[in-house]
Design a protein around this ligand. Structure first.
Ligand code: ADP
Length: 416
């Protein structure tokens, strides 16, 4: 089931020292996010020396690992941020999630470089575990509120693969660019990047200038994809820490320039990349893609809960493969049109709209020509175009609302 926010909160609050007093002393847990085996907490603990905070963070980590082990769960990584009374982060400590093997002196448990450190695998007594040196997550960038020059970061996620998440992310990006916005697209689906095909990047090699990647410009969108950095036929066996590093590299070492929107196509499910993203960026919000069927909705709800736990606002739900438009122009309801809309209502989240299954969409994706989705003149093409344009308009509206809520934009009052 993975760590949950309440489990982490209870474990930390329940920590007791040898005399039965709260082990974290005067620390107050003021914020918790948890997802799968990853957790991030904020402790209000200002005024102490850095090494006292370090010890407190270690106590929190050891306590969480022990509680998780007792419950049959595992802790892959914990980030502890100490905040002062104003909420400013004054110190950050990180445990687990290292891509490097544990130092040999640490005892018999050495970890494969590809595997995250886990409580289940390691399971040494706390004292030895402290020595085992859960080295920090490499290069995690604390306290970053966003990318310089980028106004809005929007994540596109889905509960599972194959629902058309990348297709929707790409078409949202192209649609926003057609609406005269400056748009970037980061294909963070590092387990199976599809953008090189869908954007028609072919065998283009990325250009590196002064150690920074130049994004590809395709269909009006500046894009970067893991697919450009790895051989497409090589199996991608990215594990947590590697996923973290790859995502961070793509995000921070690409010359995005000034952007109104950066759309991030996340890997399906709930996991490492989403957590890394939430730690590195302050997102305007997330879009969830779902097909109408009940089974797809259950997975999408899990993705929604993950965003909630990561503190990422939901901008809305998109129903892909909502209906089928035949060459006869008729609309056929195959998977139970409206299922995702009903789910959005249950989640109290806006419904951004549906997109039909059309042969054109699949063909244009395979041909790397998403612009054609916005120009289709035949009957199925017209329906597709109208639906995509509605999606883009609704997303623009939700972004504006989310910005207002987050205090990024002041409402303009027109007095007449
Ligand atoms: P995901 O990112 O969720 O794994 P993709 O976006 O890669 O899914 O889509 C999987 C396949 O389904 C692709 O071949 C894509 O072209 C096709 N596809 C997605 N949405 C539609 C649609 N509405 N109509 C037709 N084909 C679609």
């Amino acid at each position: 089931m993975g760590l949950t926010k309440s489990f982490v909160l209870e474990a930390l609050r329940g920590l007791r020292g040898p005399d039965g007093s709260p082990a974290l002393g005067g620390d107050r847990v003021v914020w918790v996010a948890a997802c799968d085996g990853y957790a991030s907490v904020k402790l209000q603990h200002a005024g102490d020396a850095p090494d006292q905070r370090r010890t407190a963070a270690r106590t929190a980590y050891d306590g969480l690992v022990a509680a998780a082990r007792a419950a049959g769960e595992q802790v892959d990584a914990l980030v502890v941020e100490f905040v002062d009374h104003a909420g400013t982060v004054v110190q950050t400590e990180r445990f687990g999630g290292s891509a490097r093997p544990a130092p040999p002196a640490a005892g018999p448990a050495t970890n494969s470089p590809r595997e995250p450190v886990s409580a289940r695998e390691q399971a040494p007594p706390p004292s030895r575990q402290a020595a085992a040196g859960h080295t920090p997550i490499p290069g995690l960038n604390p306290g970053v509120s966003g990318l310089e020059g980028v106004a809005h970061v929007i994540a596109v996620g889905a509960g599972k693969g194959g629902v058309g998440k990348s297709t929707i992310a790409l078409n949202l990006a192209v649609g926003l660019a057609r609406a005269r916005h400056r748009v970037g697209l980061l294909d963070a689906d590092i387990y199976g990047p599809s953008m090189p095909t869908m954007l028609g990047l072919g065998g283009l090699e990325p250009i590196v200038r002064e150690g920074v990647l130049e994004p590809f410009l395709s269909h009006g969108v500046r894009c970067m994809t893991m697919g450009a950095l790895v051989q497409p036929d090589k199996p991608l066996i990215w594990r947590g820490p590697m996923a973290h590093g790859a995502f961070k590299q793509l995000l921070e070492q690409t010359r995005w320039g000034e952007l109104d929107y950066l759309v991030i196509d996340l890997p399906p499910g709930t996991g490492d990349v989403s957590l890394t993203m939430a730690q590195l960026l302050k997102l305007t919000g997330a879009v969830i893609v779902c097909t109408p069927q009940k089974v797809a909705q259950d997975d999408a709800v899990r993705a929604a809960r993950m965003f909630e736990q990561l503190g990422v606002p939901l901008l809305g739900v998109v129903e892909n493969m909502s209906y089928f438009v035949g060459d006869d122009g008729k609309e056929y309801d195959i998977f139970g049109r409206g299922g995702a809309e009903a789910m959005a209502r249950r989640l109290n989240t806006p419904y951004l709209g549906g997109v039909p299954i059309t042969t054109a969409l699949r063909q244009n994706s395979d041909a790397g020509n998403p612009t054609a989705n916005f120009t289709g003149a035949d009957t199925p093409g017209t329906a597709l175009r109208a639906d995509l344009e509605r999606l883009v308009r609704n997303l623009e509206g939700q972004v504006a609302l989310a910005s207002l809520r987050q205090g990024q934009t002041r409402p303009t009052l027109t007095v007449s």
